[in-house]
Design a protein around this ligand. Structure first.
Ligand code: GAL
Length: 314
């Protein structure tokens, strides 16, 4: 870049925080850009056999003294006859009224996946894909900028994700797709069969990390005859993102280029009548047109290029 040249301004919310694997507990981290409605935090872990309790705190700051406010304290307790979760808020050093949820499906010795989904008024928490609780904010979510994990828990991965920006209303409970850490199925180039093609409402999610010194990233959809009706390509040389037609025609997607070396990315494709909608890092970036028949005849999703994949889901 020459000295006077300016980079496009990139809104903070576009930049995604990379997942953290096997952090040592107690673990405290800044949440890039803070929390806002539409964000999700996914926690994959194991409850040790002799676990007493652990806690996941969404904190307002990270000072040790005075103690920061904790907007959401999520505290599974295993030492009683009936394991349960306590949620509470710590404000100016004082705990509020405890909210208690029995019938916790987390078990000592078992792996789990927790998903915290932040809405406008409340956080919803699912345990192993099942909705478990919702807790109304008592402090503004905008104050939260730190995640703290303490107590008896082995953390495998923490992910900072976005909900599907195209889901209408807040009815839909998003599913957390775990990060697969060492799966051969995620080696690039990566191919997935789409036995029944794509149909309206179906979502493809690809999450991963851009490698150092990347060249390109390509996501293509192929049909039985190995035709490629649609390709999404990011070129790092000229920092461009485009749809590529079967004839090689490029339709540039005009948006800030969101792929950075060693940064996390989330590509979401929503199939709708007449085409595919694209969201990158939680932001809608328009659509590409494709006939229903073409969508139904797709049989393979292929991902290649300078990326490490954590999750490919459809
Ligand atoms: C207290 C406990 C705190 C916190 C709080 C939640 O009894 O010492 O760690 O869990 O309950 O209400």
């Amino acid at each position: 870049m020459s000295p006077g040249e300016k980079l496009d301004p990139i809104p903070d919310s576009f930049i995604l925080q990379p997942p953290v694997f096997h952090p040592v507990v107690p673990y405290v981290t800044t949440i890039f850009g803070g929390l806002h409605a539409g964000k999700m935090v996914m926690l994959q872990g194991v409850v040790p056999l002799k676990a007493h309790r652990f806690q996941v705190d969404f904190q307002c700051g990270c000072s040790l003294c005075p103690r920061p406010d904790i907007a959401i304290h999520f505290n599974p307790r295993f030492h009683t006859t009936q394991p349960h979760v306590i949620c509470n808020t710590l404000h100016r050093g004082c705990w509020g009224v405890e909210a208690r949820w029995p019938r916790l499906s987390l078990q000592r010795g078992a792996a789990f996946l927790l998903l915290f989904l932040f809405g406008n008024e409340e956080v919803k928490v699912s345990v192993n894909g099942q909705h478990f609780l919702h807790y109304r904010y008592r402090l503004p979510l905008s104050r939260v900028d730190t995640l703290g994990i303490f107590g008896d828990i082995l953390v495998k991965a923490v992910g900072f994700l976005n909900i599907n920006p195209f889901a209408e209303g807040s009815q839909e409970y998003p599913v957390g797709h775990p990060f697969l850490l060492t799966s051969r199925r995620l080696e690039v180039p990566c191919s997935r069969a789409l036995p029944r093609g794509l149909w309206p409402g179906q979502v493809i999610i690809v999450r991963g990390l851009v490698l150092q010194e990347p060249k390109d990233f390509t996501l293509s959809l192929r049909d039985e005859a190995a035709r490629v009706p649609v390709t999404l390509r990011a070129s790092f040389a000229d920092r461009s993102l485009a749809w590529i037609s079967p004839w090689g025609r490029k339709t540039p997607i005009s948006a800030p280029f969101l792929f950075y070396p060693q940064r996390f990315f989330e590509v979401l494709l929503l199939c709708q009548e007449g085409g595919l909608k694209l969201a990158l890092n939680g932001q809608g970036l328009g659509a590409t047109s494709l006939g229903q028949q073409t969508l139904e005849q797709l049989r393979e999703l292929r991902i290649s290029g300078s990326v490490q994949l954590y999750c490919v889901h459809y």
